[in-house]
Design a protein around this ligand. Structure first.
Ligand code: CU
Length: 212
């Protein structure tokens, strides 16, 4: 079915427009990123090639189990960060990842389970062993500069220090084997950058949350 979707070459255009914000500060050029595509939930991240990486901020993400779905569907976080998986439903869920990047399990009885630390980069697929349709993606990246496209296809990466970056884009529908699309770009203190990514698939429509 994936090959079926591939047969129709659907060019999803992800355009990244960098707009310098030289007035903000001397060191942080910063860029605004705009993605024009039907691929919501695409992850876009910029890996600095020649500027030092800022220190890791302790920042805990939340992937809730709510209305028999994981919310959000995709989460991007920096290597070394943590995520909680609270259950907001009045019934049991059984959270499980088999991914080599981070294998973990939160059993139904574990209320208030501690956050899970993601210490390796890569894709983590999270399932519920009770409700087979429930699925979430945690995408762990070695950079603090990341964002996720909204349903409308827009995304913003702010405060990139000037320098050279490898900008990468990945979407859950690419599967866990395919590497992200990548391009290098130079970010200055001003000026406009354009990066385009062509996804050669149609993003799948996800089923709405179940209510019973
Ligand atoms: Cu469940």
């Amino acid at each position: 079915m994936k090959t079926g979707a591939m047969a129709i070459l659907f060019k999803t255009l992800l355009a990244i427009a960098g707009v310098g914000m030289a007035s903000c500060s001397a060191w942080a050029g910063g860029i605004n990123v705009t993605a024009h595509s039907k691929a919501g939930d695409a992850m876009v991240y910029a890996v600095p090639l020649d500027t030092p990486m800022p220190a890791l901020k302790s920042d805990t993400s939340t992937v809730a189990q709510e209305h028999l779905q994981f919310t959000p569907y995709v989460t991007v976080l920096r290597t070394g960060s943590e995520a909680r998986f609270p259950n907001y439903d009045n019934l049991d869920h059984h959270v499980k990842s088999f991914s080599p990047v981070k294998e973990f399990e939160i059993k139904p009885a574990e209320k208030g389970a501690p956050p899970v630390k993601f210490d390796k980069p890569g894709v983590v697929v999270v399932y519920c062993l009770i409700h087979e349709w429930m699925r979430a993606y945690v995408y762990v990246v070695d950079t603090p500069y990341f964002a996720k496209t909204e349903a409308a296809g827009t995304v913003a990466l702010d405060s990139l220090p000037p320098g050279n970056y490898e900008v990468r884009a990945w979407h859950p529908d690419m599967g866990t084997i395919k590497p992200p699309l990548r391009q290098t770009m130079k970010v200055g203190v001003d000026g406009v950058q354009q990066v385009k990514f062509d996804f050669d698939f149609i993003p799948k429509k996800r089923k709405p949350a179940k209510t019973s």
